[in-house]
Design a protein around this ligand. Structure first.
Ligand code: RFL
Ligand code: PHB
Length: 389
C-alpha cells in the first residue's frame, strides 16, 4: 500500500490530524494498536481550551460538542479554608468547554468512518523504516499477516509509550523530565456535579479536584502517594477522603455513588526535543507529557496537529517545505509555555512530601497573591483558557 502520510496512533492527536489532512486534500492511513472500543474506554481529559473548541468546529466535528458540552466561564481554587473564584470572562474575555476526551474521540472516529477513510485497528508490531530515505516505510502485523505501507511522511501520534519517539536515533533526542512523588486517583460517577464549576483544592491532606463530564456525570480526583495500589481504595474510602479535602459546604453537597471507573494516573512533566527526525514528525503525548493540573495535555495535542496539518498543506498544495521545516520550533515554543503553566499549577496546588514550613508559606502566599491581584489572576486565566495557537 502507498499513502502520503501514515499516522501512527488513533487517539485524539492522530484522529484530528487525519481529519485536518482530509479537509486539505492530503491522504492518510491511521494505524492503531488497540480496538476502537478500547480507545473510547480510556477516561482522560475533560477541559477544552477556547482555541481547541474553535478548531474542532472549523474541522466540522463540533456539532455534538456545541449541543452537549458545558461552557464554563470560571473556576474556583481553594487553599485550606481560603477559596476564590476566578471569572474567565471578566478577566480574559473567553471561556473553556467541558466536553470529555472520549466524546471528542468518538466524534472524530464517526467523521472518519463517514468519509470512508482507512483506520487500521489491531495493528501490532508497528515498525518505522527509512526515516532518512526518499520514501519512508511502515510495517505492521494484523491478524497474523505482515503488511507494509510506503509513504512520504510519518506522524508519530502514538502517545507516551508508543514506538515512534523510540524509533529516532537516541543521540538525536534530548529529554527533559520531572517525575512528581504523587499521582491522581480518579473516580467517575453518575451523579450531578457537586458545584456548577470546577473546584481545585489544596488541603493539608492533599490535593482534590471536582470536575464533571455532564450535568449528571461527575469526575473527581484526589492526590495519592506515587505507587498507590488502586485496589486499596474502595468507593467509600474515596468519598470519605474527598469530603475531608473539600470546603465544608461542598462536602455537604457531594452526591456519591458506585464508581463507573477508578484509576490512578502518575504525574510527570516530560519533553523530547526536537519533534522531527527526517520524515518522522511527533505530535501530542508522543513528544511531551504535562501533569493534568493545568488541563493542557489534550489541548497541546490539538495545537501540535494544527501546526503539522498546516505544514503538510503547504508542502502538498503550495510546494513549500518552510512550514514543516519550522514545525518543531513552533510547536515546542507553545509546548514549553504549557509545561511551565502545568508545573506551576501542580506546585501551587499539591502537598509535596518534602515541603517544609517555608515552602508551605510560599505556596499559601502564591494563592493569596493570585486571589488579590487582577494581573496575577489574568495571567492564570490567560493560560488556563489557552494561549494563542
Ligand atoms: P493518546 O491519547 O495516548 O493516544 C495514542 C494512541 O496511540 C496508540 N498507540 C499505538 N498505535 C499503534 N502502534 C503503537 N506502537 C502504539 N502505541 C500506542 C494508543 O493505543 C493510543 O490510542 O495520545 P494523544 O493522541 O497524543 O492524546 C493526548 C491526550 O490523550 C492526553 O494528553 C490527555 O488525556 C491528558 N489529559 C488532559 N488533557 C487536557 O487537555 N485536559 C484535561 O482535562 C486532561 N485531563 C489527562 C487528564 C490525562 C489523564 N491521564 C489518565 C493521563 C486527566 C487524566 C487523568
Ligand atoms: C477532568 O475532568 O478529567 C479534568 C479536569 C481538569 C483537570 C484535569 C482533569 O485539570
Amino acid at each position: 500500500m502507498r499513502t502520503q502520510v501514515v499516522i501512527v496512533g488513533g487517539g485524539p492527536a492522530g484522529l484530528l490530524l487525519g481529519r485536518l489532512l482530509e479537509r486539505r486534500g492530503v491522504e492518510s492511513v491511521i494505524l492503531e494498536r488497540r480496538a476502537g472500543e478500547y480507545v473510547l474506554g480510556r477516561i482522560r481529559a475533560g477541559i477544552l481550551e477556547h482555541g481547541t473548541r474553535v478548531l474542532l468546529n472549523e474541522a466540522g466535528v463540533g456539532e455534538r460538542m456545541e449541543a452537549d458540552g458545558l461552557p464554563h466561564d470560571g473556576v474556583t481554587l481553594c487553599y485550606d479554608s481560603l477559596s476564590h473564584r476566578f471569572d474567565f470572562v471578566d478577566l480574559v474575555g473567553r471561556e473553556v468547554m467541558v466536553y470529555g476526551q472520549t466524546e471528542v474521540t468518538r466524534d472524530l472516529m464517526d467523521a472518519r468512518a463517514a468519509s470512508g477513510l482507512l483506520t487500521i485497528y489491531g495493528a501490532e508490531d508497528v515498525a518505522l523504516h527509512d526515516l532518512d530515505g526518499e520514501k519512508a516505510r511502515v510495517t505492521y502485523r494484523q491478524d497474523g499477516q505482515e503488511h507494509e505501507i510506503v509513504c512520504d511522511f510519518i506522524a508519530g501520534c502514538d502517545g507516551f509509550h508508543g514506538v515512534c519517539r523510540r524509533s529516532a536515533p537516541e543521540s538525536a533526542i534530548s529529554v527533559f523530565e520531572r517525575v512528581y512523588p504523587f499521582g491522581w486517583l480518579g473516580v467517575l460517577v453518575d451523579q450531578p456535579p457537586v458545584a456548577p464549576e470546577l473546584i481545585y483544592a489544596n488541603h493539608s491532606r492533599g490535593f482534590a479536584l471536582c470536575s464533571m463530564r455532564s450535568r449528571t456525570r461527575s469526575r473527581y480526583y484526589i492526590q495519592c502517594p506515587a505507587g498507590t495500589d488502586v485496589r486499596a481504595w474502595t468507593d467509600d474510602r474515596f468519598w470519605d477522603e474527598l469530603r475531608r479535602r473539600l470546603p465544608p459546604q461542598d462536602a455537604d453537597n457531594l452526591r456519591t455513588g458506585e464508581s463507573l471507573e477508578k484509576s490512578i494516573a502518575p504525574l510527570r512533566s516530560f519533553v523530547a526535543e526536537p519533534m522531527r527526525f527526517g520524515r518522522l514528525f511527533l505530535a501530542g503525548d508522543a513528544a511531551h507529557i504535562v501533569p493534568p493540573t493545568g488541563a493542557k495535555g489534550l489541548n497541546l495535542a490539538v495545537s501540535d496537529v494544527a501546526y503539522l496539518a498546516g505544514g503538510f498543506d503547504a508542502y502538498y498544495n503550495e510546494r513549500s517545505s518552510a512550514e514543516i521545516d519550522d514545525y518543531s520550533r513552533r510547536a515546542l515554543a507553545r509546548v514549553w509555555k504549557a509545561e511551565r503553566f502545568s508545573w506551576w499549577m501542580t506546585t501551587m496546588l499539591h502537598r509535596f512530601p518534602e515541603a517544609g514550613a517555608f515552602d508551605r508559606r510560599i505556596q499559601r502566599t502564591e494563592f493569596e497573591y493570585l486571589a488579590s491581584s487582577r494581573a496575577a489572576a489574568q495571567a492564570m486565566c490567560e493560560n488556563y483558557t489557552g494561549l494563542p495557537m
